[in-house]
Design a protein around this ligand. Structure first.
Ligand SMILES: Cc1cc2nc3c(=O)[nH]c(=O)nc-3n(C[C@H](O)[C@H](O)[C@H](O)COP(=O)(O)OP(=O)(O)OC[C@H]3O[C@@H](n4cnc5c(N)ncnc54)[C@H](O)[C@@H]3O)c2cc1C
Length: 478
């Protein structure tokens, strides 16, 4: 290890130790406060593992949604899926990795997983395209694509999702010129609720293609997707702590200067973590072990102990964060874009017009810092290029995303009462897979092609066999 690196690492460890020791001392001194926090810091109650009829529990990653489906299917082929779609009890809901925070998946009737339909079907080396079974998870897909010299141009923050699940909610990464994942879909095959198999693209069944690319699992079950990928590219990833005010001033310029750029505002610190990725010819320097999780737990400790002394919390957080050395890694993009996120949370994310992002971020930060001292998760800011899928939150406009998180043991009502009004006032459209309270009337006002998409849904599923309670609100406000 070079001397500078060794000194930086020692500095980080010393500050961590000091923070822990300081936290411990203050916690002992302020026993009442720490005791209150320990009492609040309990596992949320879990639903029953079986319902009265003996059906097993399904719940999502965050624990906010659950159901006891009477029938579960994992077909191994399109023909098997087509057979079961025609006769299955409604609501029929597809599930991927269960990583959505909203109630898109729950059903008490039929749950269909495509876990047995995964892997690459075929590829075109010259065009960098690959046809992929829709149940494939993004992490193994990265490896399989790399083996044929391809990668998805961009990835979200994690790679646990299934391909179809990620596409269905408009899952995205960051990058001013980079579309969300569905922007690179060339063709899709899906099985309709009537059991028919349909192929759609810009050339064939174009209206279905435009409606179902971000389809919320409401237009049928997607079985295969042809992706426009990119040749493998080596990138340099840099993550460093910066002053939030300075960053907000420079953000529109910074976002345009890097292939991928995002930042996480760390509330009650005046600091943010800025992450950028740019193509490079430098030699490979693989990423190190995950430091984000440890850092997050330090922020929780600061919250636990200094929640009622925001001035002190801010000074200590800034001192701790300023001691963190920047992290860099050089590798293929698919290896550096996604991260592990082992600490569970609840999340709301809205996509506002790009030019409204900085002001909306200031407003959200102001609201949290004045009203919610219990928040310690960073506020995430990303940029996404426009596309033309009818239900895409990025339809026809360059967007700035703002995501607010709450620790899974903490109350998250403030996302709806404090954060959502600010994001709506900025013209935001909600991420389909993340918490929001909007129904059909609100959504229709936000989506220029809403009526065309709703008509296509009605034509594809006239009896509403794929609609659960959440989707009835989304499409009919009931
Ligand atoms: C820790 C974490 C990090 C995240 N990071 C990001 C991020 O960086 N960027 C981002 O945009 N989002 C992010 N998300 C949200 C996540 O990408 C989306 O919610 C995504 O939809 C989850 O994929 P899944 O496979 O778990 O789908 P599920 O949640 O299981 O399902 C989502 C939707 O897809 C439908 N569906 C599933 N399979 C099919 C199919 N075969 N055919 C038709 N419909 C189908 C379901 O019916 C449902 O409507 C994150 C979520 C978590 C928990």
């Amino acid at each position: 290890m070079a001397t500078a690196q060794r000194t930086a690492a020692r500095r980080t460890i010393t500050r961590r130790k000091a923070l822990l020791a300081g936290g411990g001392a203050v916690a002992l001194g302020a026993g009442g406060l720490a005791g209150r926090r320990a009492w609040l810091d309990r596992e949320p109650p879990s639903p029953q593992p079986l319902d009265a009829a003996g059906n097993a529990l399904w719940s999502n990653w965050s624990g906010s949604e659950h159901a006891w489906p009477a029938a579960r299917h994992a077909p191994a082929s399109e023909a098997e899926l087509a057979g079961l779609m025609a006769r299955a009890a409604a609501p029929i809901r597809a599930v991927g990795a269960g990583h959505s925070f909203t109630g898109l998946v729950p059903t008490d009737a039929t749950l269909v997983s495509l876990d047995r339909m995964s892997g690459i079907v075929s590829h075109d080396a010259a065009l960098h395209r690959a046809s992929v079974r829709a149940g494939t998870r993004l992490a193994p897909l990265g490896e399989a694509l790399a083996a044929i010299g391809q990668e998805m141009p961009n990835l979200p923050d994690i790679d646990r999702q299934s391909l179809a699940g990620a596409l269905a909610t408009g899952t995205h990464g960051t990058g001013k010129t980079m579309m969300a994942l569905h922007g690179n879909v060339v063709e899709m095959r899906l099985v309709t609720p009537a059991g028919e198999t349909v192929t759609c693209s810009r050339q064939a069944n174009a209206d279905l293609f435009h409606a179902a690319r971000v389809g919320l699992g409401a237009f049928g079950i997607v079985t295969e997707v042809t992706l426009q990928n990119a040749p493998l590219a080596r990138v340099r990833k840099t993550a460093s702590i910066v002053e939030t005010e300075e960053l907000l001033r420079q953000w529109p310029d910074l976002a345009g200067r890097h292939r991928n750029a995002e930042f996480m505002i760390i509330p009650f610190s005046g600091r943010s973590l800025l992450i950028t990725l740019d193509e490079t010819g430098d030699p490979v320097a693989p990423r190190g072990p995950d430091r984000d999780t440890g850092g997050l737990m330090q922020l929780k400790l600061l919250r636990d102990v200094f929640e009622f002394a925001p001035g002190l919390r801010r000074r200590l957080a800034a001192w701790f964060l300023d001691g963190q050395p920047p992290e860099t890694a050089v590798d293929e993009g698919w290896k550096l874009l996604a991260n592990a996120r082992p600490v569970r949370f609840h999340e709301m994310e809205y996509h506002v017009p790009a030019e409204a992002q900085v002001e909306a971020l200031r407003e959200v930060l102001k609201r949290i810092e004045s009203d919610r001292r219990d928040v310690f998760f960073p506020i995430e800011a990303r940029v996404v290029a426009p596309d033309d899928a009818w239900l895409s939150p990025f339809y026809g406009r360059a967007s700035g995303s703002i995501a607010v998180h709450a620790y899974y043991k903490d109350d998250y009502d403030f996302l709806f009462t404090l954060v959502e009004p600010a994001l709506r006032a900025a013209g935001g459209r909600p991420h389909w897979g993340k918490l929001h309270s909007l129904g059909a009337a609100d959504l229709r006002a936000l989506y220029p092609m809403w009526d065309a998409a709703a008509e296509m849904r009605q034509a594809t599923d006239p009896q509403g066999r794929m609609l659960n309670r959440h989707l009835r609100r989304v499409f009919f406000d009931v």
